[in-house]
Design a protein around this ligand. Structure first.
Ligand code: FES
Length: 608
């Protein structure tokens, strides 16, 4: 059969000029996507910034002015620099219940300094109200905040946060958006006088609940305690995660000096809000310092020193790692150990000591701690005020300090830092122990493991009289890490099994891939990485195995022969179904492990 002739080649398409047209139109740059304003003139400010892209910028700005005027603004005030106020007041956030008043004080400061304050909402998350846990939504709040800071015409931003995950989410957002920002802390709650002692959330919550479980406190008394644990606005009143993150925000230089510890209901808190508003106008006009100029590698190291010296929350390590990760700064757990070995614990607050945050504030606050740590800090770090840390500390020389709560470096509570990271066959990429809140008698231990395969398994068996558990065992909880199905909850504070609690046992070594509330205490090894749900060695532990903990050697090992581990590894199946849609799918695909801050890979700089 004769071959059919080849069809003639299509001539190349020609443009109107007669030259061949490019094969494809150039791709639209990401920042010119709908809603962005690529045509904005350099240095556009205030409401002239970031107009919606209809292809006619003047029309977009005209529309914007028309709509904002519906809120009663004059043309004169609309010419002012705009300070956005991230307002995280929410009916589901008791820690932020004073935020409406706080936002008014920020606005007062902005107006007095010549700016236009505009508050806007973002996601707000509060520990007891969010399921499966607030950690699961920290990245969503960070993403929401970052995008709104960038999408709306803010020349600078005041970020109002207090409850555990809100301040880290906002600092992550500031790092990624790089919009000039001030972190305004909401402040801790006050302690309550109750039947001859002081109570505050949430170390006392746990203390009383443990006594209730042990049968030492009646049902009638625990109900009265319940009504007296959290009686004012503000975040938990001890050195838990919220207070630790407040101190870290100030140590990083993102919050005004002296503001981390001011109680939520103190008049100074409103003055701090007013001053933050005024400072934001400076950032919007004369001194546009960006978060990336403040949160540098030396500043992150300063924050780690502070975390160690205040006996701060283990959660803060995850958050600080995530914040630093947004700026491409790694936080190395081995470096943490080096810092921990040379940083004394100076602050005597619950959960590791006796005082409450109001005592810390009255004792001199974070400034007093920073002055004690001065020889260990990078003093040339820039802060949001334009001062360096060194200039700030020089200015504060001679301020009052109550040594009952803030010790001098020469007479510390502990000569070494509050946290230590452990490595070994059970945690190849690390695990964390808050040694300042743990029992040193348990630091060197080899014992039998009692393993719970999930939170549900633990809930079902922990109080069973049939549970085979002895006071010298090590409790292990699997599948409570980032991908374990619950978003890495604060479940690492594994309860003392009912029968041991009733027998007077107060502490056991407990190991998991979960987190722990910053208000909790005990010999608790957390953040085991890689986690069980992705097949980390923790998944291979079985009841009856031997585990060895050595804080001295920084080791955590599963003492099982390699051949047996290989057999168990081969039988491993991921315990959680792959989600099909929505945020669950986003989390599952993109969440990183604890040593990377449990952030999303797509939100780190290399992910963009
Ligand atoms: Fe908000 Fe504790 S519940 S800080």
């Amino acid at each position: 059969m004769a071959k059919s002739p080849k069809p003639p080649r299509k001539p190349a398409a020609k443009a109107a000029t007669g030259k061949p047209a490019p094969a494809r139109p150039a791709r639209t740059p990401r920042n010119a996507a709908p809603g962005r304003d690529p045509g904005a003139p350099q240095g556009a400010q205030g409401l002239a910034k970031g107009a919606t892209n209809y292809g006619d910028r003047d029309f977009a700005l005209y529309l914007r002015r028309a709509f904002i005027k519906s809120m009663g603004y004059s043309s004169a005030i609309l010419k002012k620099p705009v300070v956005g106020i991230v307002n995280t007041a929410s009916g589901f956030n008791n820690c932020h219940r004073h935020f409406p008043e706080l936002a008014e004080a920020v606005k007062r400061g902005v107006l007095a300094a010549g700016g236009l304050p505009v508050d806007f909402p973002t996601i707000s998350i509060c520990e007891p109200f969010v399921s499966p846990c607030t950690m699961y939504y920290r990245n969503l709040m960070a993403l929401d905040t970052e995008e709104m800071m960038r999408a709306q015409p803010c020349d600078a931003v005041v970020m109002m946060g207090a409850c555990d995950k809100t301040v880290p989410a906002q600092l992550m957002a500031a790092a990624s958006s790089d919009v000039p920002s001030v972190q305004l802390i909401g402040g801790p709650m006050m302690a309550t006088r109750f039947e001859g002692e002081r109570l505050s959330a949430c170390t006392d919550c746990r203390r009383f609940w443990a006594r209730f479980r042990a049968g030492e406190v009646s049902a009638e008394r625990i109900e009265r305690v319940e009504g007296n644990l959290a009686t004012t606005a503000g975040s938990c009143g001890v050195m838990g995660t919220a207070s630790t993150m407040a101190c870290i925000a100030e140590a990083l230089g993102m919050a005004l000096p002296g503001t981390a510890a001011i109680p939520a209901v103190h008049a100074d808190r409103l003055r701090a809000a007013e001053a933050s508003g005024a400072l934001a106008v400076e950032l919007a006009t004369r001194r546009p310092i960006r978060p990336s100029q403040i949160m540098t590698a030396p500043a992150i190291e300063n924050a780690l020193r502070v975390l160690l010296a205040i006996g701060g929350s283990t959660n803060a390590l995850i958050h600080l790692t995530a914040i630093a990760g947004r700026l491409g700064i790694p936080v190395d757990l081995k470096r943490l150990n080096a810092l921990s070995d040379t940083t004394p614990v100076l602050v005597d607050l619950k959960p590791t000591g006796q005082g409450y945050m109001e005592d810390f504030f009255a004792a001199g606050g974070l400034g007093a701690v920073l002055r004690e740590l001065k020889p260990l800090l990078h003093l040339d770090c820039l802060t949001v005020t334009g001062e360096t840390l060194g200039q700030r500390l020089k200015r504060e020389t001679g301020a009052f300090v109550d040594r009952a709560y803030i010790r001098p470096a020469a007479e510390p509570i502990m000569p070494v830092g509050g946290l230590v990271s452990l490595f070994g066959s059970l945690a190849p990429r690390g695990a964390i122990l808050k040694r300042s809140a743990a029992d040193p008698a348990l630091f060197e231990k080899e014992a039998r493991a009692v393993v719970f395969s999930s939170l549900a398994d633990m809930a079902e068996r922990i109080d069973s009289p049939e549970l085979d558990v002895r006071p010298d065992d090590i409790l292990v909880l699997q599948n409570a890490g980032p991908k374990g199905g619950y978003g890495m909850p604060e479940a690492g504070y594994i309860p003392i099994p009912g029968k041991l609690a009733r027998a007077g046992v107060k502490d056991l070594v407990r190991i998991s891939d979960a987190r722990m509330s910053g208000t909790a205490y005990g010999t608790i090894v957390l953040h085991v990485t890689p986690e069980a749900a992705v097949g980390g060695p923790l998944a291979l532990a079985r009841t009856g195995d031997r585990i060895r903990l050595s804080v001295k050697e920084r080791r955590l090992d599963l003492l099982v022969p390699e051949a047996e581990l290989a057999r168990r590894r081969a039988a491993f199946r991921p315990p959680v179904e792959t989600p099909r849609r929505g945020y669950d799918l986003l989390w599952d695909r993109h969440v990183l492990q604890a040593d990377e801050g449990v952030d999303f890979d797509i939100l780190r700089p290399e992910g963009r």
